[in-house]
Design a protein around this ligand. Structure first.
Ligand SMILES: Cc1cc2nc3c(=O)[nH]c(=O)nc-3n(C[C@H](O)[C@H](O)[C@H](O)COP(=O)(O)OP(=O)(O)OC[C@H]3O[C@@H](n4cnc5c(N)ncnc54)[C@H](O)[C@@H]3O)c2cc1C
Length: 348
């Protein structure tokens, strides 16, 4: 994805990228694609114009809303279940200015940071996308030396506007107190990935996710209890991404990407060797169960994890009528389930 961003940025245009430049345009976009431009412009998958797809019968199809309407609907959300995308044409959006970065607060402020951030999100413009992360920074590279071994709360912001308005908007966050790090400033759009600083090397991570309707005080309290300073937990990151805005709008060309009513996306993960996995999974599951009362009951396709790679887990990503239609499309184009090493839509 970073190459597309680099190519389009000089024209003040951008694809609806996510937080990591290393993911592929097809893999990210076909799972919905949530990122720093989402509240302003919606799901990345809604901007797909056409794609070329090799289906299970070996045929290369040029898929458009007019030529192959069912495939055009299903692959955007059904991802790798219907074939291999060999080319994809996506619409770009204008990006003139970007004000963004990260505010890092010490661990003892976590309750205040999450509480303030959740209230602050309620009146932000759609041009502002943000997340809050509770992070037990592992004591080794590639994590920044300054933060290694510390418990921190980080708020990452991306505002599609200039410094003056951006500073005014994030003032209530800065007012929480002194930051260990504050990188928020105006930057060229091509530097967007510096806001997120996602790891680029493989890591042995295990994760879970959940879509939340809202984030009232009870949910914040549960989160802080399980991921804050008092918790004895191997979980490395618990992050909430603010959704809403243009994400709630129906797509111009409907797709299998659902869960447009969620207010927040929760993603939590830890690092574990095979013999540490069971203990880590208990903590991850506990966190998801505690937050379940505020869940929409759905998951975002891109955030499905190994723990969801079963019939029940995959179905949670789709509404029931969407699921029935996906199965019907799968029966037409891949009746023998050739494409099954994925979050599988089983034709049977
Ligand atoms: C560090 C990091 C940050 C992330 N941040 C975000 C984010 O901000 N927003 C978000 O929405 N997601 C995010 N994700 C999730 C990411 O979008 C998914 O993991 C996505 O599946 C990655 O696609 P890939 O092609 O790079 O990976 P791969 O592991 O190569 O592919 C994953 C799956 O995608 C499908 N796929 C990939 N390429 C094709 C193709 N050409 N044709 C058909 N199917 C294909 C297949 O089912 C494949 O198994 C992040 C992931 C990571 C690792």
């Amino acid at each position: 994805m970073h190459r597309l961003v680099e190519e389009t940025a000089p024209f003040l245009l951008a694809p609806l990228t996510g937080s990591a430049g290393g993911v592929t345009v097809a893999g990210y976009t076909l799972g919905g694609g949530l990122g720093p431009l989402s509240r302003a412009y919606g799901f990345a998958s809604d901007r797909v114009l056409t794609f070329d797809l090799v289906t299970a019968d070996g045929v290369l199809r040029h898929v458009t809303p007019d030529t192959e309407p069912e495939l055009f609907w299903a692959v955007r959300g059904g991802k790798g279940n219907f074939g291999v995308v060999t080319a994809i044409e996506v619409g770009l959006v204008p990006v003139v200015r970007l004000y963004g970065g990260v505010l890092v607060f010490p661990g003892d402020c976590i309750a205040e940071v999450v509480g303030t951030w959740s209230r602050w999100t309620t009146d932000q413009p759609d041009a502002m996308t943000s997340s809050v992360g509770l992070l037990r920074v592992p004591p080794f590279p590639p994590f920044p030396e300054l933060l290694r071994g510390k418990l921190i709360a980080q708020v990452r912001v991306a505002y599609l506007g200039g410094t003056r308005e951006g500073e005014r908007l994030i003032e209530p966050l800065r007012a929480i107190g002194p930051r260990l790090l504050d990188t928020v400033a105006e930057m060229p759009f091509a530097e967007i990935y510096s806001i997120y600083n996602e790891p680029v090397d493989p890591l042995p991570f295990h994760d879970r996710s959940l879509l939340l309707r809202d984030l009232p005080a009870g949910a914040v309290e549960a989160l802080v209890q399980l991921a804050g300073p008092a918790a004895d937990s191997p979980v490395v990151l618990t992050e909430l991404l603010h959704l809403g805005g243009a994400l709630t709008l129906p797509a111009f060309h409907p797709s299998a990407v659902g869960a447009r009513d969620a207010g927040f996306a929760l993603h939590t993960l830890g690092l574990a060797s095979p013999d540490e996995m069971a203990a880590l999974n208990l903590h991850l599951d506990e966190l998801i169960q505690r937050l379940a009362p505020w869940s929409t009951g759905r998951q975002n396709v891109n955030y499905l994890s190994a723990a969801d790679a079963n019939a029940e887990g995959v179905r949670r990503a789709y509404e029931s009528d969407t699921w029935d239609r996906l199965v019907a499309v799968k029966r037409t184009y891949d009746p023998d389930n050739i494409f099954r090493v994925n979050f599988n839509i089983n034709p049977a």
